[in-house]
Design a protein around this ligand. Structure first.
Ligand code: 6V0
Length: 309
C-alpha cells in the first residue's frame, strides 16, 4: 500500500508541488482539489501524462471527500495580493478562504498531517491548527524551509562549496522579521565564521541575508510568482512525513513554551517525521538571536490578533 496525498489549491504552487511529487514518485495516489475544478482537472491530466517516465501512480482532481485516508494534506489555496491591497487586507481575505477550506476538509479528515503553505503561512497555519482542533504536531506550516533553502543556495555560491555540505537556518516569521541563525550554521561541521576564515574569503553576512530575504520579491518582480523553490520544499516536507525520516527542518508549529514562546506559531528547527512535528528543537542560540526570535513571534501574534474572529 502506497501513500495518499491531497493538495488543496492547484495554482502555481500546488501544481508545481504535485509535479515534484510525481517526478519523485513519492505517492501512489495524488488528488488535486480546487474551487476552480477545470484548473485542477487540467493540471492532474497534464501531470498524469508524464507518468510513463516517472512511474506508476494515480493523479486526479477531486473534492473534499477525497481527503479521507490521506497521509498528508497540503494547503496551497489562496488569493494573491492585488495592487493597492495591504498585507493585512490579504491576511484577512486568506483567513476567510482558509476557514472555509478547513471546515470542509475536517468533515472528511480521518488521519494525516496538514501542511499549510498559503500566505501569510504562519498566521494561517496557526488558525488551521485552532480551527481543526488537531494536536499541534499534526499541523505544520512550511514556514522558513524555503527561506533556509535559499540561504543554503546563496552560501553555497558565495563559498563555492557543495550545497550538500552547507547547513543554515532562517527562523522566525516567514516574512520581514525573520532572522538567520548564524550560530547554528556550518559547512560540513565547521562553524560558518570559522569556515569563512580558513577559506580566506570575505563574506558580508548581512548583505547575504538581505539578498536571501529579498529573494521572493526579486523573483516576483522578474517572473510574477515563486513556485519551484517552494514546490521542492513541500516535496521534502511531505517526503519526511511519509517516510518517517525525522528530518530537521525549520517548519512552523504552535509553540508551547519553547524559547519562552507560547501559543503562537513560529518557525524553528523541528524534527519532521511520521507524526508531523515530532519534536521542536530548543537550540542553544545566542541571546541576540533569542531576542530577535521572540520579537518575530510577536509580529506573527499581532497579525493573528488582527485577523482572528
Ligand atoms: P495561485 O496560482 O493564484 O493559486 C491559488 C489557487 O487557489 C487557485 O487555483 C485558486 O483557484 C485556488 N483557490 C482559491 N480559493 C480557493 C478555495 N476556497 N478552495 C480551493 N481552492 C481555492 O497562487 P500560487 O499557487 O502562486 O500561491 C498559492 C499560495 O501560496 C499563496 O498564498 C502564496 O502567497 C503562497 N506561497 C507561499 C510560499 C511559502 O513559502 N509559504 C511560497 C510561495 C507562495
Amino acid at each position: 500500500m502506497g501513500f495518499k496525498v491531497a493538495i488543496i489549491g492547484a495554482g502555481f504552487v500546488g501544481a508545481s508541488a504535485a509535479y515534484a511529487m510525481s517526478i519523485n514518485n513519492l505517492v501512489s495516489e495524488l488528488v488535486l482539489i480546487d474551487v476552480n475544478k477545470e484548473k485542477a482537472y487540467g493540471e492532474a491530466l497534464d501531470i498524469s501524462h508524464g507518468l510513463s517516465f516517472a512511474g506508476n501512480m494515480t493523479v486526479y482532481s477531486g473534492d473534499y471527500s477525497d481527503v479521507k485516508d490521506c497521509d498528508v494534506i497540503v494547503v496551497t489555496a489562496g488569493a494573491a495580493r492585488k495592487p493597492g491591497e495591504t498585507r493585512l487586507d490579504l491576511a484577512k481575505k486568506n483567513t476567510m478562504i482558509m476557514k472555509s477550506i478547513v471546515t470542509e476538509l475536517m468533515k472528511h479528515y480521518n488521519k494525516g498531517v496538514i501542511v499549510s503553505v498559503s500566505n501569510p503561512v504562519d498566521v494561517l497555519a496557526y488558525m488551521t491548527q485552532k480551527w481543526s482542533g488537531l494536536p499541534a504536531n499534526k499541523v505544520i506550516g512550511s514556514g522558513t524551509v524555503l527561506d533556509s533553502a535559499r540561504l543554503r543556495t546563496h552560501i553555497s555560491q558565495a563559498l563555492d562549496v557543495d550545497i550538500a555540505n552547507v547547513h543554515g537556518y532562517i527562523v522566525g516569521e516567514h516574512g520581514d522579521s525573520q532572522l538567520p541563525l548564524w550560530s547554528a550554521s556550518h559547512i560540513a561541521g565547521v562553524p560558518f565564521d570559522e569556515y569563512v576564515k580558513i577559506s580566506g574569503l570575505s563574506i558580508d553576512k548581512d548583505a547575504l541575508f538581505s539578498e536571501v530575504k529579498a529573494a521572493g520579491a526579486t523573483i516576483i518582480k522578474n517572473k510574477g510568482a515563486t513556485y519551484y523553490g517552494i514546490a521542492l520544499s513541500i516535496n521534502r516536507i511531505v517526503e519526511s512525513i511519509l517516510k518517517d525520516f525525522n528530518t530537521i527542518m525549520p517548519v512552523g508549529t504552535v509553540l508551547d513554551g519553547q524559547y519562552g514562546i507560547k501559543d503562537v506559531l513560529v518557525n524553528v528547527p523541528t524534527v519532521v517525521g511520521g507524526n508531523g512535528a515530532e519534536k521542536v528543537l530548543e537550540l542553544n542560540i545566542s541571546d541576540a538571536e533569542l531576542q530577535l526570535l521572540k520579537h518575530s513571534a510577536e509580529q506573527v501574534r499581532a497579525v493573528i490578533n488582527e485577523v482572528k474572529d
